[in-house]
Design a protein around this ligand. Structure first.
Ligand SMILES: Nc1ncnc2c1ncn2[C@@H]1O[C@H](COP(=O)(O)OP(=O)(O)OP(=O)(O)O)[C@@H](O)[C@H]1O
Ligand SMILES: [Mg+2]
Length: 361
């Protein structure tokens, strides 16, 4: 755990950048610091790896006061992604990533292996990118190299200052998704700075909202969205807070049971159906569509009543409830089916359920 105890930073010109901040940053989780430009995010981050020393207050990492630890030793255990990337311009991608392993005097073969692993991890083909210079990379690629460099020596803590700031929104979302996957695998203690609220909600376990050097609210993403403490936090979260909250919940949590019909079997199955429609599967249990019960006439084969579904009208258990709602609105239906990897039918989520979620929080 990283513990900030009453941390204040006043720069030499008297600017009060960080004002009596106390935070407990849990291990193996991703904590986001968010707030408008100049609110003290970068300053806070740089005090954790002692690039800047606080004017007053204490920072403890796993109980150890960091002012008593040798700064170089401290930084070896803390990866750092600098705002605006900060790759060394005259070094290749390979040399940039190997900075810390080199300082640690790793064997060549070990460094090489790690390099390849990391490039794969951030989605850059080693044979294509290893020998490029930073100026030969796009902004998004350079940011991935920055992330790989911070992870190189496998530090338990990683500080990231707007690591995806320089990329277009589409690439950004892709990088964020990759990053969520990487973090699931690595479970690092990450302090992540951004001023993009959607990015914060996508990534964060906990969010600290900062303004004028102070942390106004520090809570789980869900709690901040559900009950912002004051008008500033409320406004900062945006007017679509309810939708943003749905983007934090997965369909899995709210899926309803529903017994599908086997289209290959007889119409007698319809007798047990109480709803006005029913999902339909093939003999292997794979979802193929739905059947309107009122279309039924005795003797008619079930396949004649089948309305087939496109892939867009099926959800996976990992889909977010926001995605479910959006697809319902798009297809004009009140419920959508949820399928597994092999298209097997798992259950459904309905508009009523979503209303219930928004009502009850
Ligand atoms: N070296 C410095 N000397 C004096 N003032 C500084 C220095 N570095 C930062 N500041 C001031 O401290 C305040 C906080 O700066 P900081 O870089 O921490 O903000 P930030 O939240 O990271 O902003 P941004 O989102 O723009 O990166 C700002 O008012 C800034 O002008
Ligand atoms: Mg900054």
């Amino acid at each position: 755990m990283i513990k900030l105890e009453g941390i204040t930073k006043r720069y030499d010109d008297r600017t009060l950048a960080v004002d009596n901040v106390s935070l407990e940053i849990p291990s193996n989780q991703l904590t986001v610091l968010i707030g408008p430009s100049g609110c003290g995010k970068t300053t806070t981050l740089k005090m954790i790896n002692r690039i800047i020393s606080p004017t007053s207050g204490k920072i403890l990492i796993d109980g150890r006061d960091i002012s008593t630890v040798d700064a170089k030793e401290l930084r070896r255990g803390i990866g750092y992604v600098i705002q605006n990337i900060g790759l060394f311009p005259h070094m290749t991608v390979r040399e940039n990533i190997a900075t810390v392993p080199r300082l640690l005097k790793w064997e060549k073969s070990r460094t090489q292996l790690r390099l390849d692993q990391l490039l794969e991890l951030v989605g850059l083909e080693p044979s294509v990118f290893s020998d490029k210079l930073p100026r030969e990379l796009s902004g998004g690629q350079a940011q991935r190299v920055g992330v790989a460099r911070a992870l190189a020596a496998d530090p338990p803590i990683v500080l990231m200052d707007e690591p995806f700031g320089a990329v277009d929104p589409l690439t950004r979302v892709k990088l964020q998704d990759e990053f969520v996957r990487i973090q699931k695998e690595l479970s690092k203690t990450i302090v992540f700075v951004t001023h993009d609220i959607d990015e914060a909600i996508r990534l964060a376990d906990r969010i600290g909202v900062m303004k004028d050097g102070k942390v106004l609210q520090y809570d789980s993403a869900e709690d901040i969205l559900a009950s912002p403490k004051n008008k500033f936090v409320h406004d900062f979260m945006g007017s679509d807070r309810a939708l943003k909250r749905l983007s934090r919940r997965s369909v899995n949590e709210f899926m309803e049971q529903s017994k599908p019909l086997f289209v290959s079997k007889g119409w007698e199955q319809l007798k047990e159906v109480k709803e006005s429609f029913v999902w339909a599967v093939d003999e292997e249990g794979k979802l193929i569509g739905w059947i309107h019960v009122s279309d039924f006439k005795e003797g008619k084969h079930l396949s004649e009543m089948l309305t087939e579904l496109s892939d867009d009208e099926m959800l996976s258990a990992e889909s977010t409830v926001k995605e479910a709602l959006s697809r319902m609105l798009e297809s004009g239906t009140m419920a959508l089916p949820v399928i597994g990897k092999e298209k097997e039918f798992l259950g459904q989520i309905s508009m009523y359920k979503i209303q219930e979620i928004t009502r009850n929080g």
